[in-house]
Design a protein around this ligand. Structure first.
Ligand SMILES: C[S@@+](CC[C@H](N)C(=O)[O-])C[C@H]1O[C@@H](n2cnc3c(N)ncnc32)[C@H](O)[C@@H]1O
Length: 291
């Protein structure tokens, strides 16, 4: 496992994933019953962006300037992104950096899930990489109703579902280092849905040839492998001419009712704000429509 999220923290993909994640949690929290917020591939919790220069392997340019860096001073953010952005500001504020000309800290999904959790919710975080796990564990030491485990995220889907709450929002956000990552995700969704058919599962994936997403995406691909309940798919393309990473996608299984209506303006606005070359955009479609 070579991957370190530090280098990517706060990039366009994080902004999109995290903006959508906060909205998803809030939409599910319209019901008062407790919710398990499960992050199968959690990372370290939050990131000091000045360390991003060190990257995961070689020293390279950090990615956050083309992500959260672009939003930092914009005044015209859509309402759908407001709470997410407030959280990023809050983390920076905790370190005295909220008024800086550029963001200095960036919250990972564990930080955001803990921020949205209500008194009746629980947060479960899995991270396999030892250094990332240690950092995450120390960040969560005094967090109420939060567990941190050095557990394989796909095993967690079997071990932690169904939860006593009978409701869950599950983020599946692997590094896509392994050749068979999509097959593992597919099996993970099958396992998760078998245990909790009404659970909401969010899968992040890169739009690259290498990830083999075209097959996963295609009508027949995932649908042939998993019996899907209502499922929404969104692509955010920021660099259509890139030879490798053109953008990213989110697959949302069992989204809250009419979630497409709030995701569309969020994705459209971000497609404009985060575009790196012309010709990109956001595309949203139901893989299995809600009824
Ligand atoms: C894309 S990063 C996670 C980013 C994080 N979810 C966020 O949004 O802030 C993927 C993480 O998964 C970890 N990882 C890799 N394989 C794993 C596995 N099988 N189970 C759990 N964690 C794993 C990596 O060490 C890495 O920290």
């Amino acid at each position: 496992m070579n991957y370190r999220h530090h280098f990517h923290a706060g990039n366009f993909a994080d902004v999109f994933k995290h903006g959508a994640l906060v909205r998803l949690a809030r939409a599910l929290q319209r019901k008062s019953g407790g919710l398990l917020l499960l992050d199968t591939h959690a990372g370290r919790g939050s990131y000091d962006l000045t360390a991003a220069k060190q990257g995961d392997t070689l020293a390279r340019a950090p990615e956050w300037p083309d992500g959260i860096g672009r939003l930092w001073t914009r005044e015209d953010r859509p309402g759908e992104l407001e709470e997410y952005f407030t959280f990023v500001k809050k983390l920076n504020g905790e370190h005295g950096s909220a008024a800086d000309p550029a963001p200095r800290y960036y919250p990972g999904s564990p930080w955001l899930l803990r921020a949205v959790a209500r008194a009746q919710d629980r947060v479960a975080l899995c991270e396999l990489q030892p250094d990332e796990y240690a950092a995450l564990r120390s960040e969560c030491l005094y967090s109420p109703r939060t567990t941190v485990q050095p557990l394989d995220g796909y095993t967690a889907l079997r071990a932690m579902l169904p939860p006593p709450e009978r409701r869950a929002l599950v983020l599946i956000d692997p590094p896509f280092e392994a050749q068979d990552e999509l097959a593992r995700i597919t099996q993970g969704l099958r396992d998760g849905l078998r245990r909790l058919p009404g659970g909401t599962f969010v899968v992040w994936f890169p739009l690259t040839e290498r990830a083999g997403v075209a097959e996963f995406d295609r009508e027949g691909g995932l649908r042939r492998a998993v019996e899907l309940p209502p499922t929404l798919l969104v692509h955010l393309v920021v660099n259509p001419s890139a030879p490798n990473l053109k953008g990213c996608g989110l697959l949302i299984v069992n989204p809250p009712w009419q979630f497409d209506r709030e995701l569309r303006p969020l994705a459209d606005w971000l497609a404009g704000a985060l575009a790196q070359t012309p010709g990109g955009g956001a595309e949203l479609r139901w893989v299995v429509p809600e009824t």
